[in-house]
Design a protein around this ligand. Structure first.
Ligand code: 73E
Length: 897
């Protein structure tokens, strides 16, 4: 969510997710008054009622800063407070002191106390608030919002256990609870004075004034935990507000407890608390689905109540609801916070007394939607029946929005072509598998007969050509009788609520996260909506913060860039990175650049030794693929390429091997979702291949394959600076953007990848010669899949050879039938190579051969590496945030004094 400002009026916009998301907070652009006293209304982070809202917000920001700083200053340092600190995804300590530019002082102070900064920092567990690129993007956005002085807040849930900790056993991945809050979290401030009631179940009744009221059911309380997000080189510190759930204090069943029914007495408490136990609880069971929907609603309801309360407080007693969208913008980070839409409508109508049309106008102008994936299985749908039970009033509102949408579609397309109209309604409606409302159902009852004329609205008489002869009719009847007799009893498809459709309908803006992805959103996934409302659709290419992802994680490279660009301005103005281009052939820079990379590789070598027991040669090429394990990301293509390389090595003698192959350390990392069986098989396969190759005396240092357990932000901060080649090899059209590709490129790593997501723009920026491209293009994927499914595709013989090699048992007793079968489309193994691994395999291995050739020429490679860093300036999240602020939220940065 975010809260933003324009002229004197303020505006909030807010990007929410079940995991860290963000919000912009109210401040005006006229903040020139000096803040007199850091008094606050809500504790550390609120406004001063005695000050105008603008000054108040700045005051709260500064006050927060003041409270925040002593924790780190050398005078007031209290080691016990700083040891286990965490805020956004990843660690917070180095980020916080780095943004405050106190790293040196802090390290000195620690040294006096007999500690090193590194050992202290390493005590901090990663915040377990996210899952992958989506949550980390929100964290980068918060860093940029604070750094650029945008008045913004983030909202999320305070998960007790996060996702999970990944252990690797002989059977593959094992998930263990990640108790990241076990020893406390000094970065959070519990705000017992900021809490809201959130209701589930119950029923809707009509009160005497004709308004709907949602009553009964089960109440829980969401309590705010505030996490400071300090900006870089600015006084601004923004807030990430995380909700934790508990039972209302009057609901503890004392008599049951005293009667010895301890479990019963604690039931309500457990029910409330389990909402915030883990991120993405398994949702195969009904219980799991309810829990996830409760999570989503808790986030939306508590956050909106909070935003509205703040808006009212700032309104000095005369609330003008029509100004709400000028002061508040809610940015929905994917569909998980979609319930913000009916919740805002409900509060405005049922609690604040606005009419439907007033509430709708406000909601529409307030909310905006970012789509992060086009995978059909990731486009959220909820069972209508379940949602109706849990949130009966919201379902009524969603039904009304759906009805309004039907009317809009009919008024746009008319009724003269019922077939086309029906197609539109089926694809665009929020409610799926629903009959049409009575008002329009008549149109489709018998479309051939008497269609309605668009212009006159009257029934059109049938012409001769339309008339069915008696013979045709009786033949038709006979045919349908036979069909009916042969048919299985029809299964009624379940009624569902399509969350993405609701976001597109209600949001005033819909954006994708990379140019190619935004085009797919318009041309494919939401094409019908794009035709209806083209002006809503935008692109906002993702970005990452250069503070965390260059300056802090790669201090040696940072110093080198500063030296060669003559200042450290690039940390805020990344366009300055392009100045490195003029030194791309400079031998001194080359030597320093390579030395920096080597130091980082040595650090990784010792990390790998400690974590996996494997020793690696720091002079080998470090080739890395780290990301969530998913079939579309094609870790399988990577490992099969490695198997191909290994087989070729085995077919040669030692001298040939040495002459033909560049030594490589192939590193994998990433978690598979706990119920994603195929992804878990991929992990098991990679570790089995590694176990064989790494112990093969013929191979030695020429090839190592390592799966790093429990990949997280901290591991990324170590691996990315050491990487030389990184793999972003998704099936074209399936990775919306990717953000690690940006981080790797910034750190002078060369990418091998398909034309997918942000790869397309990275290649444009760094130059085609500095990117290893292979594979099918997005526009060809559908026809290639069709060809594959029709059995017309003939796999390359090198691919067949690799499969045969795997099946021969070289990698242990496991037969990998399911994995290899998925590449063949065998009966029982799912879709025929849906991700086109076989199709892209030849161009992939040929491209890998080009990588070897380039790496042998270290001058060429170093130049490519420099040009990657030099060309990465576009991918700063500062650029992305400026674009959101200008094109969606309509806010300006604050001018601080
Ligand atoms: O391409 C990435 C993108 O860089 C995309 O897969 C990821 O979002 C990143 C940031 O824009 C993403 N994750 C999810 N959807 N998109 C997702 C959806 C449901 C559950 C968990 C994650």
């Amino acid at each position: 969510f975010s809260f933003t400002s324009r002229n004197r009026s303020s505006k909030v916009s807010l990007l929410t997710r079940v995991k860290p998301s963000f919000c912009v907070r109210c401040v005006s652009s006229e903040p020139k008054q000096r803040v007199r006293e850091p008094v606050t209304e809500e504790g550390v982070l609120s406004d001063l009622s005695t000050f105008p809202p603008d000054a108040a917000s700045i005051a709260s920001s500064i006050k927060y800063h003041a409270e925040f700083t002593p924790l780190f200053s050398s005078n007031n340092f209290e080691p016990s407070k700083a040891f286990f600190a965490t805020a956004q995804s990843g660690r917070a300590l180095l980020n916080a002191i780095g943004n405050l530019e106190l790293t040196g002082e802090y390290a000195d102070a620690l040294e006096k106390l007999g500690h090193t900064l590194e050992t202290v920092a390493s005590q901090e567990p990663d915040a377990a608030l996210g899952n992958g690129g989506l949550g980390r993007l929100a964290s980068c956005f918060l860093d940029s919002l604070a750094t650029l002085n945008y008045p913004a807040w983030g909202y999320g849930l305070r998960y007790k256990y996060g996702l999970f900790k990944q252990h690797l056993t002989k059977d593959g991945q094992e998930e263990v609870a990640e108790n990241w809050l076990e020893i406390g979290n000094p970065w959070e401030i519990v705000r017992n004075d900021v809490s809201y009631t959130v209701k589930f179940y119950g029923k809707v009744v009509m009160s005497s004034d004709g308004k709907s009221r949602w009553i009964g059911g089960e109440d829980i309380v969401a309590v705010a935990y505030d996490v400071p997000i300090p900006g870089y080189k600015t006084k601004t510190t923004i807030n990430l507000r995380l909700w934790s759930t508990k039972v209302p204090s009057d609901q503890f069943d004392l008599s049951a407890f005293n009667a010895g029914e301890h479990s019963k007495a604690c039931e309500a408490q457990t029910n409330a608390e389990k909402i915030c136990y883990i991120l993405y609880p398994g949702d195969e069971s009904e219980e799991g689905k309810i829990l996830r929907l409760k999570q989503q609603y808790t986030l939306c309801s508590a956050s909106l109540q909070d935003i509205i309360a703040r808006f009212e407080r700032r309104s000095d007693g005369s609330v003008r609801w029509e100004e709400f969208p000028d002061k508040v913008a809610v940015q929905m980070n994917d569909t998980h916070p979609t319930l913000c839409i009916p919740e805002l409508m409900r509060i405005l109508m049922d609690v604040k007394g606005l009419t439907w049309s007033e509430a709708w106008k406000i909601t529409e102008r307030t909310v905006a939607y970012t789509n992060h994936t086009v995978l059909p299985e990731a486009l959220e749908k909820w069972s209508y029946e379940l949602m109706q039970r849990l949130l009966p009033r919201h379902v009524e509102i969603i039904e009304m929005i759906d009805k309004q949408l039907i009317e809009d579609i009919i008024s746009e397309y008319g009724t003269s072509n019922p077939e086309m109209l029906e197609k539109k309604l089926v694809s665009m409606r929020i409610l799926e598998n629903f009959d049409l409302p009575a008002s329009v159902a008549g149109l489709f009852a018998n479309p051939e007969e008497n269609p309605i004329d668009d212009k006159t609205g009257e029934k059109v008489e049938a012409t001769d050509a339309d008339t069915v002869t008696d013979k045709e009719e009786s033949e038709g009847e006979e045919k349908s009788k036979n069909e009916a007799a042969n048919k299985e009893p029809a299964i009624t498809p379940p009624k569902m609520v399509r969350m993405a459709n609701l976001c597109v309908v209600a949001g005033h803006s819909v954006n994708g996260v990379a140019e190619i992805h935004s085009e797919i959103v318009k041309k494919d996934v939401f094409n019908d909506f794009f035709q209806l409302w083209p002006e809503k659709f935008q692109n906002k290419t993702n970005g990452v913060t250069p503070r965390r992802w260059i300056h802090f994680c790669n201090p040696d490279l940072s110093a080198l860039i500063t030296k060669w660009t003559s200042s450290n301005d690039w940390i805020l103005k990344t366009e300055k990175l392009s100045e490195l281009q003029k030194f791309a052939d400079n031998e001194d820079l080359h030597n320093e650049w390579r030395a920096t990379k080597r130091i980082n590789k040595i650090k990784v070598a010792s990390f790998l030794k400690e974590k996996t027991g494997y020793s690696v040669n720091p002079d080998a090429m470090f080739d890395i693929q780290v990301k969530r394990i998913h079939e579309y990301k094609r870790q399988l293509l990577n490992i099969l390429g490695i198997v191909y390389r290994y087989k070729k090595m085995k077919d040669m003698n030692a001298a040939e091997r040495k002459a033909n192959f560049v030594p490589r350390v192939c590193i994998f990392g990433g978690k598979a979702f706990s119920t994603y069986v195929q992804a878990k098989r991929i992990i098991k396969f990679i570790t089995d291949v590694g176990a064989t190759i790494n112990h093969d005396p013929d191979i030695g240092d020429l090839l190592k394959v390592i799966f790093v357990p429990d990949y997280n932000v901290t591991v990324a901060e170590l691996l990315i600076p050491a990487s030389e080649l990184s793999q972003h090899i998704s099936t074209a059209g399936m990775e919306a953007s990717g953000t690690s590709n940006m981080k790797f490129s910034m750190n002078g790593c060369i990418l091998i990848g398909t034309l997918d997501g942000a790869n397309v723009e990275i290649r444009q920026e760094v130059g085609e010669d500095n990117f290893f491209l292979f594979g099918a293009r997005a526009e060809d994927i559908a026809s290639l899949r069709k060809e594959r499914a029709e059995g017309k595709f003939v796999p390359d013989e090198r691919f067949e050879e690799v499969k045969k090699f795997v099946k021969s048992g070289v990698f242990g007793p496991h037969n990998y039938d399911e994995l290899m079968g998925s590449l063949e489309g065998n009966e029982g193994f799912g879709r025929a190579d849906y991700f086109l691994v076989a199709k892209d395999f030849p161009s992939y291995i040929e491209c890998q051969e080009k990588v070897d050739v380039a790496y042998r020429d270290q001058r060429r490679w170093t130049k490519m590496s420099i040009l990657n860093t030099a060309g990465s300036s576009k991918f700063s999240s500062d650029r992305t945030i400026h674009e959101y602020a200008k094109d969606i939220w309509n806010i300006q940065p604050l001018e601080l004094i």
